[in-house]
Write a protein that binds this ligand. Structure first.
Ligand code: UDP
Length: 328
């Protein structure tokens, strides 16, 4: 049995759906602070908090859990800069509680959603796993500290983990049943969709004076179902006896904020109302991944390898769910 923390959230719910479709038994553990019960599908659901170590232990024992995929975390770069208490407490202390419960119940395998934000501004065109990790945001620092916790728990207790450093998760499952719904929304592609759906007046482009070819920030967008596949491959490798490891997940292509807007306009066939506004604190200029390591070692191969495909799947969800999930 696999326990998925944050399985009611955006990346978690897509991974749960993929796990279930491949026949895995899954229990979702989520406090529903930002997740949606509708996104859980047919997995077992336990409403619980990472800080509730006793409930975690009971859940591990009750369902015979041998592996955890850990998504539960706050994930807004901007908010992390103004409310570091919330981020360090939930993300770092919460993960410590999860790891403590795992050690106590002898749950040995962990796949962890880390982030490109752990790198910060590397100044490198393509970031490999050996690039220095100097986060520019509190959010990125919490993810780096979480990686460190896992590494120390491996040395001390033999906990085996894979940290997946994803670049920009985007898109939605083709079923149209689950997708991205954050409140408030802070991510670029869903915000553009909100503008197109008339839910928001215009998109603010956060700065056009970065050292990039058009002055706006460059990111590497990777499809949510390709991320889901990577989590499953990582877990299968651990269960087969692999050592702890860490991998980047991206498509290896950088797109500026302006290019993302143009791609959406092309796919949807409408203009996006936008204006340049000041930079957002904590944003590095360029984040583009080399994912060669996971391709080579785990055979990961992203299916959604163009921004058009990613945007089209996102639009399928947002155009049919302009208000997101029914339950908030
Ligand atoms: N961005 C923007 N306006 C918005 C939201 C995001 O210009 O309303 C930019 C942001 O500065 C970043 C990129 O879009 O360069 C992707 O931001 P997002 O929040 O989606 O992901 P992040 O890179 O922070 O993980």
């Amino acid at each position: 049995m696999i326990l998925v923390t944050g399985g009611a959230g955006y990346i978690g719910s897509h991974t749960v759906k993929e796990l279930r479709s491949r026949g895995y038994d899954v229990v979702v553990y989520d406090n529903l602070s930002t997740g949606h019960i509708e996104a859980v599908g047919d997995a077992v659901f336990v409403k619980g908090d990472l800080f509730d170590v006793e409930l975690l232990k009971d859940t591990f024992k009750k369902y015979g859990v041998d592996s955890v995929i850990h998504f539960a975390a706050y994930s807004l770069v901007g908010e992390s800069m103004t409310n570091p208490i919330k981020y360090y407490k939930n993300n770092v202390s919460g993960t410590l509680c999860l790891l403590e419960a795992m050690v106590s119940c002898d749950v040995k395998y962990l796949v962890f959603s880390s982030s490109a934000a752990t790198y910060g501004d590397t100044g490198e065109d393509i970031i490999t796993e050996n690039s220095p990790q100097n986060p520019t945001s509190v959010y990125g620092m919490t993810k780096l500290m979480m990686e460190r916790l896992m590494s120390d728990f491996d040395k001390a207790y033999g906990l085996k983990y894979v940290a997946l450093r994803y670049f920009n998760a985007a898109g939605a499952d083709e079923s149209g049943l689950i997708g991205e719904d954050h409140n408030p929304e802070s991510h670029l592609i869903p915000i553009i969709m909100q503008v197109l759906n008339g839910k928001r007046g215009k998109l603010g482009i956060f700065g056009d004076n970065y050292p990039t070819f058009d002055g706006t920030c460059v990111r590497d967008y990777v499809h949510i179902m390709d991320l889901a596949d990577a989590h499953i491959k990582a877990l299968e490798s651990l269960r087969a006896g692999a050592n702890s490891n860490y991998y980047n997940l991206g498509n290896g292509n950088g797109f500026s904020v302006r290019q993302v807007i143009e791609t959406v306009e092309k796919v949807v066939g409408r203009k996006v109302n936008c204006e340049v506004v000041p930079r957002r604190a904590g944003d590095p200029a360029v984040l583009v991944a080399s994912s060669d390591k996971i391709k080579r070692e785990l055979g990961w191969n992203p299916v959604y390898n163009s921004l058009e495909k990613i945007v089209a799947s996102a639009w399928k969800w947002h155009s049919t769910h302009p208000d997101g999930y029914k339950t908030k």
